[in-house]
Structure formats: structure tokens, C-alpha cells
Design a protein around this ligand. Sequence first.
Ligand SMILES: *Cc1c(COP(=O)(O)O)cnc(C)c1O
Length: 405
Amino acid sequence: MTTAVAPRKQLAHLSSQLEELKQKGTYFKLRVLEDQQEPVCTYDGKRVINLASNNYLGLTAHPKLREAAIDATRKYGVGSGAVRTIAGTMRIHMELEEKIARFKNVEACVVFQSGFTANAGTVSSILGKDDFIISDELNHASIIDGARLSRAKVKVFRHRDMAHAEELLREVENEPGRKLLITDGVFSMDGDIGPVDKLCDLADKYGAIMMVDDAHASGVLGRNGRGSVDHFHCHGRVDVQVGTLSKAIGSLGGYVCGSRDLIDYLYHRARPFLFSTSHPPSVAATCIAAFDILENEPERIEHLWDNTRYFKQGLASAGFNIGGVNTPASETPITPIILGDGRATMEFSRKLFDAGVMATGIAFPTVPEGKARIRTIMTSEHTRAQLDQALETISRVGRQMTILT
Ligand SMILES: *Cc1c(COP(=O)(O)O)cnc(C)c1O
């Protein structure tokens, strides 16, 4: 084996920042999955109950999706060979977009390489520097980055605070620029639901463009997992619906649903669409199969919600702070266990792992300073026995660490 080249001084500032993280106790090493994403799997050589993945419906290992990916690879190869606008639009990409548009009951859909690029690429291309973005303070990083790239003026309202959102809309009411009102459908760190119906009322009242990021709502909320717009019966009132193919759908990608002209415009102007290669055919085929599952196996979603209620109840009755006091109250399969202190949170997560439960510690800057938490995510595939064992382990370690008294 050869030794790696020695580091140069040009990047020394990175090393010192890493040292700072280590001092604070929030430095982490990546956990490495050695088998497939399932309720019980092997990370770093250890069998653990997995409460950390976004694999809500267990589709990452679904035999029909696996078969679809293999079939498409046999038929069409492993890559698309170009960006969509040059030569990389395959029939199967179009089929996926048409399928999602029908599922969401909208005119059209465009698929991006990820949910992140869907948000960032869309927000940055539909607005310009004379426009305004009115955004929930807990919206996803990809929305924030898209807003920065757009150079529009960003006004941030307190989390789910409709009076504040209206105040901000009123402030810019007489400005000539366009206004975009934007929320996550489900907030990824707290698991609460964006008030899409009330925001639609505001968007209507002030003539704002209405946009929802349904990354954690796709496959989870609404009929057959159609998302928050369906959950709130807001069909036809949301101009831009973003979803992800990377979470409940089990594969990779993001999409935007809306009018034919919105999608056509994004085909011409969204930079990740224009300048980054499209999905391999296997990914498109997998996602098509996943939407079939959403339509034909709704019991998966019912099971997800049964498990969610059971697990939340278990954590709450053990005495953990699962949100609701000084933090939002979760209403979805994402359930945080709030500790507040970053160092204690990371230590709790490590001890849980050693005891056989994988639950990620999340600290600043992913959540605000003082709001560090363990995030748990339920799936439809966890058995009651696994959930009981996880609850028992979390409580035991919680008592050892005097998080529970
Ligand atoms: C995960 C997530 C995204 C990004 O989706 P990817 O497909 O993983 O890139 C966007 N928005 C929210 C709210 C998310 O939770």
C-alpha cells in the first residue's frame, strides 16, 4: 500500500474547524450500512433496529422495484448519456413524469436528480431579483439555497405563524415584484405538518405563487400518499408541488408538479435540469414501479400510521420530550426525542447504537442551538416486537444517562 500524500497548509482552516467540532462533541463519523436498508440491518458490523432511515414504506427492498431496476438495466443500460435537454431524455423518463402527473392530478410533472435540485432549481428559476420569497423559518436547506440563487428578497416568517406570514405579505403588497409563499408539507426535523390550507388562503388573498415541498409527505400523507395538498384538499390551489423520490418512494430523485407551462418553463430554465445528467433508466423504472405500489398496496401506509401511533405513545409514556413544549409537536412518522444539549444528544445516539438501536443525533446547524434531538422515523415494516425492543432499549439508556428520571 502507498501512503496518501501529506496535507498542504492551504486547507488548514478546515482541520481547525473539525477540531472545534470534536471539542464541542458534535463531530461524527459516517455509519456504514453493510446490507440493505431494512428495519433491522447492519451498520459498522453491528445488527441494530433501524429508526433512522426515510424508507417509510419499505420500498428500498421491495421485490417489484428491484425487478424493475434490473429489467430496465438489461433493456436500456446503466446510464442516460447526457442531460435531458441534449440527448438524455429516454422514453422511460417521460413515462415516469406522466405517471406522477396522473397520480397527483396535475397537468404536468418534471423529474429532477434529487429533491434538493428540484427545490433549488425551481425556486431559483421562477423568481428574479425584484421578487419576494415569504418562507417558513424551518423550511428545508434546498429552499433556502434556491432562494439565495434566485437573488429575490427573502422574508422569513416564524414557524407556522400565519399572522406573521400575513404581516410579511402585507409589507410587500404594493411592491411590483412577484411573491412566492412557500412551506414544507412535513417539516423534516420536527415532524409537524405545514398549514397548507391556511397558506393557500393567504396566497389567494395576496395573489402570491403558492409552493409546497412535500419531501416527507410524499407516500405518507393524503390518499395513497399523494401528499399534503391532497391531505388538506387543496387541489388546484398550489402552483408548485415538489416531491421526492428518495424517501418513501425508495429510490432517488425529486419532482415538480404543476401546470404544463410551469413544467415547460423548467425544462428551459431550471439549471440542474439543463446542466446535470438525467437518471439512469433503472431509477426511472424503479420509481414507476413504486407509484404502482402506492396505488395497489395502500395497507403499507395504514401500517406506517399504526406503527407511528404506537411508537409515539411508547416514547411519550416512557417520559421523553417528543416535542410540543417550546418545539413543534410532531404529527407524522418523524418523532424527535428532544434533549437540547448537542453533546448529550450525540452521546445518547452513540450509546443507543451500542445497545442495538440506530437513531441519529441531530445538532446545530441542522437544528437551532439548544434544540438538539434524537430523530426517530417509523416505517411500515417494523414489527411490534422490534418496536417494543427499541422502546425498552431507549428507555433503559435514557435512565442510565439520567435523561429519564
Ligand atoms: C430530504 C428533503 C429534501 C431533499 O430531497 P432529496 O431527494 O433527498 O434530495 C427536500 N426537502 C425536504 C423538506 C426534505 O426533507
